[in-house]
Design a protein around this ligand. Structure first.
Ligand code: ZN
Length: 384
C-alpha cells in the first residue's frame, strides 16, 4: 500500500477511569448547555445530575432534553433544536450511547441554521452556519461517535436511516470514562462491542484504508477479541471494560480516517424498517455471511485480522470468519434471528433496494462491488 493519508481529529479526548469528574476543570465551549440524553439509565444512575452539578461548579446553566430513542429520529432532533433556540443555549452535551451523542450532533446543525433536520439530510436545505459546539460523554462502548465526525438519524415516516456529517461535526470535547459503562447489561455490552469491532473491520477492508486507520483498526480488533467476552460475562471487570472502551474510541478514529463499508448500509436498512432492532444486533446477524463473501477477494487484509483475533500464524483468510463466529458464540449472541424482529424472507428484496438506495457511499468504498443479487444473497444466508 502506498504510504498516504489525511488526518484530522480535532477532538480533545479525555479518557480513563474517573474522567467525568474532570468536567469541572476542563474548558467548556459555552455558558448554557442543552443536555441531550435517553432519559432512562443515564438519569437513574445519576449521571445526568452529576453533569448538571459539575456544570454548576463552573457557573454554567443547563436544560435537560431526555427523550432520545435507541434509533434517534429527526422529530426528536427538531424538538431539541427548538429548545436550544428558545432557551438560548450556546452548546450541547450529549450523554449516553451513540443515539444521544448523534442526536446532539444533529441538533447542533439544526439549532444553528434555518430549517428542519431532514431538510439538511435530504439535501433540500444547505447548512449556512457552522454547527454549535458539542461535548460528548459516552456511557457505552459502541459507536465511536465521540471520536468521529458522523451521526446517524432515522426518518421513521420514510423508513430511511442515514449517516451524515462532515469535518465540522467532531465533538469539541469527549469524555470517555469506563466507570460509566460498568452497569451496561451483558446483551448490550455485546451489541455495542461488536458495533465497534465492525467499525474497525470495515475501516480495515475499505478502499480508503490507510496506514493511520490500519494502526487503529488492528489494535481495536485485537482488544475486542481479547476482552469483549470478559466484559460481557463479568461487567464488573474494570480491565475488560477499559480495554473495550479504548477499542471503541480507536474504532471511532478508524471511522474518522477510513470508512464503514456496505455492511453498515445493509444493517441500516434492517433497522430503518425495524427501529426496535439494535444496530449492533443487526450487524451481528449479517456479519458472518458478509465477511465470507469478501474474505477470498481481500485475502491479505483478512489474514491480518485473523491474526489480530488470535490465529497468530495463519495464512488462511477464512480463519477470520471462524474467529468471528467463535467470538459471537463467546459473547452469547449467536442466537440472534431476523425472524425474532419480525423480518420476513419475503422482505429481502426491499431491504436490498433500501440499502443500495440510501447507503450509496458505503458501497462505493468496498474493494469488490456488490450487485443487488450479492446483497440479497448475504441477507438470505444470514436469515434464520
Ligand atoms: Zn455502527
Amino acid at each position: 500500500m502506498a504510504l498516504k493519508f489525511n488526518y484530522y481529529i480535532p477532538t480533545k479526548i479525555v479518557f480513563g477511569k474517573g474522567s467525568l469528574d474532570k468536567l469541572a476543570k476542563l474548558k467548556l465551549p459555552g455558558k448554557k448547555a442543552l443536555i441531550v440524553t435517553g432519559g432512562t439509565s443515564t438519569t437513574k444512575l445519576g449521571y445526568v445530575d452529576r453533569v448538571v452539578n459539575l456544570l454548576k461548579e463552573k457557573e454554567i446553566e443547563s436544560v435537560v432534553y431526555n427523550k432520545i430513542l435507541p434509533n434517534p429520529n429527526n422529530v426528536q432532533v427538531d424538538e431539541g433544536a427548538d429548545i436550544i433556540k428558545s432557551e438560548g443555549c450556546d452548546f450541547i452535551i450529549g450523554i449516553g450511547g451513540g443515539s444521544s451523542i448523534d442526536s446532539a450532533k444533529a441538533m447542533s446543525m439544526v439549532a444553528a441554521n434555518e430549517g428542519k433536520c431532514w431538510d439538511f439530510i435530504s439535501g433540500a436545505a444547505r447548512m449556512k452556519n457552522k454547527p454549535m459546539p458539542v461535548v460528548a460523554i459516552t456511557t457505552t462502548a459502541g459507536t465511536g461517535t465521540e471520536a468521529d465526525q458522523y451521526f446517524v438519524i432515522t426518518n421513521e415516516e420514510l423508513n430511511q436511516k442515514i449517516g451524515w456529517g462532515g469535518e465540522k461535526f467532531f465533538p469539541t470535547l469527549s469524555i470517555v470514562d469506563p466507570d460509566l459503562m460498568m452497569t451496561v447489561p451483558p446483551k448490550y455490552t455485546a451489541y455495542q462491542g461488536f458495533d465497534a469491532l465492525y467499525h474497525s473491520i470495515e475501516g480495515y477492508i475499505a478502499r480508503v484504508a490507510n496506514p493511520m486507520s490500519d494502526m487503529y483498526a488492528l489494535k481495536a480488533i485485537e482488544l475486542i477479541g481479547k476482552y469483549l467476552p470478559t466484559a460481557v460475562k463479568n461487567g464488573a471487570d474494570e480491565e475488560a471494560r477499559a480495554a473495550v472502551a479504548m477499542a471503541n474510541t480507536l474504532s471511532g478514529m478508524v471511522e474518522a480516517t477510513s470508512s464503514t463499508t456496505s455492511e453498515h448500509a445493509m444493517e441500516h436498512s434492517l433497522s430503518a424498517f425495524h427501529p426496535e432492532l439494535t444496530h449492533g444486533a443487526g450487524l451481528i446477524m449479517i456479519s458472518c455471511a458478509y465477511h465470507k463473501h469478501f474474505a477470498p477477494h481481500i485475502a491479505d487484509r483478512y489474514v491480518d485480522m485473523a491474526r489480530a483475533l488470535g490465529y497468530r500464524d495463519t495464512t488462511d483468510p477464512m480463519d477470520f470468519v471462524k474467529a468471528l463466529e467463535q467470538l459471537i458464540v463467546d459473547c452469547d449472541v449467536a442466537d440472534l434471528k431476523m425472524s425474532d424482529f419480525g423480518i420476513q424472507k419475503s422482505d429481502i428484496e426491499e431491504l436490498a433496494d433500501n440499502a443500495l438506495a440510501t447507503g450509496g457511499l458505503m458501497f462505493k468504498v468496498d474493494r469488490v462491488q456488490l450487485t443487488k443479487e450479492d446483497v440479497m444473497k448475504i441477507y438470505e444466508e444470514s436469515y434464520k
